[in-house]
Design a protein around this ligand. Structure first.
Ligand SMILES: [Zn+2]
Ligand SMILES: [Zn+2]
Length: 473
């Protein structure tokens, strides 16, 4: 990386030098000065590739998602956890596993000045699992339910709607092996997505077995693919050695062809896994959730066992894409050095959800609007206004102001644009008298009140006006 940027700088500076040398012949003082300036790296006023800014105009959608995620996580008994964006790199090599795209190609790995090999987190589960062990959460009543929300980084090829920095809402439940929890998490995911106004969705579910039954299944699968090896893409030929189940979700046409008749994990489950999967499906039927069994769904990460699932848009018009997914990982905590802890989790891609909310014209969060404007005129009034403003906010009265503007006229213009119901004015006289002019913009009446009566007077007018309510869903 470092080498690359040096090269780029050199190229840029030669170009500049050529142009400038015409004006300043070599050897002159000016030329020497130019040469010094030219070594400076060019400033690119743009986000790094695959990353973007989320501007104020988009924030109401993000606010809505954050609010819905937070509310529903509480309803389902999840506690919020925030883990660092940076973790030791081998946490993911050990858990997500080599032979996966995430670990082999997509991690932002770097060495710190102290020589630690770290990475920007490429997913949530491993970090949350690490925190579970580090803080001895195994002594807490089970299941331990943890919710998180934040950025994920994957050095992937940027595509439409796919970024190198993206956001996820993430749910993990530790210490419970009953399939009712699998069903409950799918129900939770359904509730989040539909609460956002995205109604047309479908779950894909599958069981990829446990270490006991998967070994046998994988042998069968490898034998099958070996017999058709010449028909597979280059990547899949390699996957056959490292992560054979990944061949099943390769998107290359020829691999899809070969996969259609491949042995399916659901046909080769041990009794325990079969019973688990069967009861999960019964729960899903009971909940009347829209789902289909996708025998080719494997989700690629090495730590998954038994249940895996994904949430897909199911709109005829829209491009079909996944909003997220997850699965069981009954051996992850153990493999990281903790005690045996069956667990399950999933993540929802917030970027995708925002895009879909916009596409289906779902409601974004509406910020409560200020209904009161505070104007001031003169130096003393200006001084008094900060305290009056604070007093109004303290009493839950959302108030707008434009303290930086000197003229009353321009302040009132702002008030007018905001469409407030009350304008409060403090002039020189009022500042001396410790009073405020309260102007009811709806009825046009006004009165002068002392500080002690201000809150009551404002509340009375607001109460008489029609209350605009802002619902959440
Ligand atoms: Zn099994
Ligand atoms: Zn392939």
């Amino acid at each position: 990386m470092a080498q690359l940027s040096v090269k780029k700088v050199k190229k840029i500076s030669t170009k500049k030098m050529d142009k400038k040398n015409v004006k300043a012949p070599a050897g002159t003082k000016k030329a020497a000065k130019n040469a010094k300036v030219q070594v400076e790296e060019e400033l690119l006023l743009q986000t790094p590739r695959g990353m973007r800014d989320i501007l104020p105009g988009d924030q109401p959608y993000w606010d809505q998602i954050r609010r819905v995620l937070t509310r529903i996580s509480l309803e389902y008994g999840f506690g919020r956890i925030d883990t660092p964006v940076v973790e030791y790199a081998n946490l993911f090599t050990r858990s997500v596993g080599t032979g996966t795209d995430i670990v082999d190609k997509e991690m932002y790995i770097f060495n710190t000045k102290g020589g630690d090999k770290v990475t920007l987190r490429p997913e949530f589960t491993a970090g949350i699992g690490r925190a579970y062990i580090q803080h001895g959460m195994n002594v807490l009543p089970k299941p331990v339910k943890l919710f998180s929300m934040g950025q994920i980084f994957r050095y992937d090829r940027p595509q439409e709607g796919r970024y190198r920095e993206f956001w996820q809402g993430n749910f993990e439940a530790f210490g419970e092996q009953d399939p009712i929890l699998d069903a409950q998490l799918i129900q939770l995911a359904h509730r989040v997505v539909t609460s956002l106004g995205i109604k047309n969705i479908q779950f894909q579910v599958n069981s990829i077995g446990c270490p006991k039954c998967r070994k046998e299944y994988q042998n069968l699968l490898v034998a099958y693919f070996e017999s058709k090896k010449q028909k597979l893409c280059q990547n899949c030929k390699k996957r056959l050695e490292t992560n054979p189940m990944r061949v099943l979700d390769c998107k290359e046409d020829k691999c899809v062809q070969v996969s259609t008749t491949a042995p399916q994990s659901v046909d080769h489950l041990c009794i325990e896994c079969r019973v688990h999967f069967k009861s999960l499906l019964e729960y899903l039927d009971e909940l009347d959730l829209p789902y289909m069994i996708n025998p080719k769904l494997v989700r690629g990460l090495s730590y998954y066992t038994k249940t895996v699932f994904e949430i897909w848009s199911n709109d005829e018009e829209g491009k079909k894409h996944s909003f997220g997914g997850g699965g069981r990982y009954d051996y992850l905590i153990e493999s990281l050095g903790g005690e045996h802890t069956p667990a399950i989790g999933f993540g929802l891609g917030m970027d995708r959800l925002v895009a879909e909310m916009k596409r289906v014209h779902a409601k974004s969060y509406i910020e409560p609007r200020p209904r009161v404007f505070l104007a001031q005129l003169g130096d003393l009034a200006k001084k008094k206004s900060l305290n009056v403003f604070a007093e109004l906010q303290k009493n839950g009265i959302l108030t707008a102001e434009s303290f930086g503007r000197g003229s009353l006229k321009s302040q009132l213009r702002v008030a007018d644009r905001l469409g407030v119901e009350i304008t409060l004015i403090i002039g020189q006289k009022e500042a001396l008298d410790k009073t405020v002019i309260v102007k009811d913009m709806v009825s046009g009446t006004q009165e002068t009140v002392g500080y002690d009566r201000l809150i009551i007077a404002v509340k009375k007018i607001l109460k008489n006006n029609v209350v605009v309510s802002h619902s959440e869903e």
